[in-house]
Design a protein around this ligand. Structure first.
Ligand SMILES: *Cc1c(COP(=O)(O)O)cnc(C)c1O
Length: 439
């Protein structure tokens, strides 16, 4: 896709000229752009937005106060903001086939908390996936407001199986626990789970116990929009998502629901949880939704799952055991103990960082190590698929990861891997035409 470029221009050529007045910050942004363009971004929750998304999120809409919703604002001067937010809402509804969309949540965490506020009362029981088995902090961690406001009970995954068929969401456990605990709300969705999450069985269990059902699509939103994963819209009562992970938009959140819950969801976001919405980010969400509506986005989503499968296969060949035996989505979770019993997630992440391979350590199901150390490594391909890497490059990435981890005491080997990473990044520049084309 991306042609090799000889002697790329200095990063400053890519930043808006207006920043030249603040050399200190300008230099920092240059460094960050340089980092993103010369190292591999394998953090599963990241992506590279288009220059159009960047331009919209840097627009004068940041100046505008728009508390309320289109047509019902608390301040004047919202003629344009109303149209921008309506555009974002209608594009989101079209993209996901939803009856209602709220595009104001500042982040995925806000979207989740707003959904809880809309659906249950403080003190109510909510059932969600265990954090150490792939769930998210906002699914009831004691350090999150969600864990303080509600009584969470957790389901997990099945035991690991030698043939890779284990470590799947344990639907028998979901059902048994739902019958025993009678939650008011059941949450599906995860942050470190490499298999497809089918919303249908959750719906049936929720109906059986009279619970509401929320699907947290923070990670697979782009795969759902790209029609490579089943859609929870119309199956779950409420779907929350982030716009910056596989969906490839600006950092932010959104909520989808049926017309029946539109009012409760809207008033939970504002005034329930937030003040003025970030209309510049909402404009960027509108851009991203339009991009995801194009046929090319389906190709992208399909490439993401093929790339992840290729990476999984190549890592297996290198001797890594993958949690759940592989992947159906954009990410893989490596069990490092299989590679070398002494190697921790923390050390692996630090070693890879030195070679320009950016990823994160992660707990694996029933991890014997504390979360800050962890025995797993989570790798996602959404960002580098945007940059143009394909299945052949995934084999190379797996080999570089294995070389770095095996040779982690050998400075020459690490330098050689760093060189190969740089070369790969030079061939696949996420921003070959710059990031400030509109500015
Ligand atoms: C990323 C994520 C969130 C939170 O998104 P933020 O934008 O970081 O607040 C919520 N739920 C799940 C499952 C996630 O993976």
């Amino acid at each position: 896709m991306t042609m090799p470029i000889a002697g790329p221009p200095s990063p400053s050529a890519f930043l808006p000229g207006a920043l030249a007045g603040d050399p200190e910050l300008h230099a920092l942004l240059e460094r960050e752009l340089e980092r993103q363009r010369t190292s591999l971004q394998l953090i599963a929750s990241e992506n590279f937005t288009s220059p159009a998304v960047l331009a919209a999120s840097a627009s004068v809409l940041t100046n505008k106060y728009s508390e309320g919703y289109p047509g019902r604002r608390y301040y004047g001067g919202n003629v344009v903001a109303d149209q921008v937010e309506d555009l974002a809402r209608s594009r989101a509804m079209e993209l996901f086939g939803a009856e209602h969309a709220n595009v104001q949540p500042h982040a995925g965490a806000n979207a989740n908390l707003a959904a809880y506020l809309a659906l249950v009362e403080p003190g109510d029981t909510i059932m969600a996936m265990r954090l150490d088995q792939g769930g998210h902090l906002t699914h009831g961690s004691p350090v999150s407001i969600t864990g303080k406001l509600y009584r969470f009970v957790a389901y997990g995954v099945t035991p690991a199986a030698p043939d890779g068929s284990g470590e799947r969401i344990d639907l028998d456990m979901v059902r048994d626990l739902a019958i025993r605990e009678r939650p008011r709300l059941i949450v599906a969705g995860a942050t470190a789970y490499s298999r497809v999450i089918d919303p249908q069985p959750f719906r049936e269990i929720a109906d059986e116990v009279g619970a509401r059902f929320m699907f947290d699509a923070a990670h697979p939103a782009g795969l759902i929009a790209g029609k490579v994963h089943p859609s929870p819209v119309g199956v779950a009562d409420v779907v929350t998502l982030t716009t910056h992970k596989t969906l490839r938009g600006p950092r932010g959140g959104a909520i989808l629901c049926g017309a029946d819950l539109a009012k409760s969801v809207d008033s939970a976001v504002f005034p329930g949880l937030q003040g003025g919405p970030l209309e510049h980010v909402i404009a960027a969400k509108a851009v991203a939704f339009a991009e995801a509506l194009k046929p090319e986005f389906r190709d992208y989503a399909s490439k993401v799952v093929h790339n992840a499968a290729a990476l999984a296969q190549a890592l297996t060949v290198q001797g890594f055991r993958l949690v759940a035996g592989g992947t159906d989505n954009h990410l893989v979770l490596i069990d490092l103990r299989s590679f070398e019993s002494e190697l921790t997630g923390k050390v692996a992440q630090e070693v890879l960082d030195r070679t320009g391979i950016t990823c994160n350590r992660n707990a694996i199901p029933n991890d014997p190590r504390p979360p800050f150390v962890a025995s797993g490594l989570r790798l996602g391909v959404s960002a580098e698929t945007t940059a143009g890497l394909g299945e052949a490059e995934m084999v190379e990435v797996a080999s570089l990861i294995a070389r770095a981890l095996r040779g982690r005491e050998d400075q020459d080997e690490l330098a050689s891997v760093r060189g190969a990473v740089r070369e790969l990044c030079r061939r696949f520049d996420p921003y070959p035409g710059g990031v400030a084309s509109a500015g």
